[in-house]
Design a protein around this ligand. Structure first.
Ligand SMILES: [Zn+2]
Ligand SMILES: [Zn+2]
Length: 145
């Protein structure tokens, strides 16, 4: 892959102090363009672009990119981890209890209001996440018909 094909992702990796590899560029773009993808879906998409990459290498790259703040890991209770490219805005998620589909939910009021806990127990809080559980439109339609 020519570096000029993806100046954005490569530049961001470099800016975050990460080594730029074709796999990491593919992974960052896959997560950004995807919609809360799980590890298997990410692995398949990355293999599609750069050829064989081990699951272990995918895990390591996901970890490095998450630690660098380029992607965000979400882990609905009892579900497999998902990754997304929307970072730094403290948004929430709605999760379907039937099929597991995930969608973004903006904070209901103002600027990240959920960061102001009623009792912070002395912690310095930098992120809060609400998970709304329910049924997606497709699943509720399937149940009621
Ligand atoms: Zn559903
Ligand atoms: Zn999200």
């Amino acid at each position: 892959m020519s570096p000029s094909a993806t100046p954005g992702a490569a530049g961001e990796l470099r800016g975050a102090g990460l080594r730029v590899t074709a796999a990491r560029v593919a992974l960052l773009e896959t997560v950004r363009h995807g919609d809360h993808l799980g590890i298997e879906a990410i692995t398949l998409a990355v293999r599609d672009r750069v050829g064989h990459i081990s699951l272990q290498a995918v895990y390591e790259a996901l970890h490095a990119l998450t630690a660098a703040g380029l992607i965000r890991r979400i882990e609905p209770a009892g579900g497999a981890p998902r990754f997304e490219g929307r970072v730094g805005d403290n948004h929430h998620h709605v999760v379907c209890q039937s099929c597991g589909v995930v969608a973004d939910v903006d904070c209901a009021v103002g600027e990240a209001p959920c960061l102001t806990a009623s009792d912070d127990h002395g912690f310095s809080i930098h992120e809060a996440e609400v998970v709304y559980w329910g049924l997606c439109p497709a699943c509720s339609t399937a149940r009621s018909s």
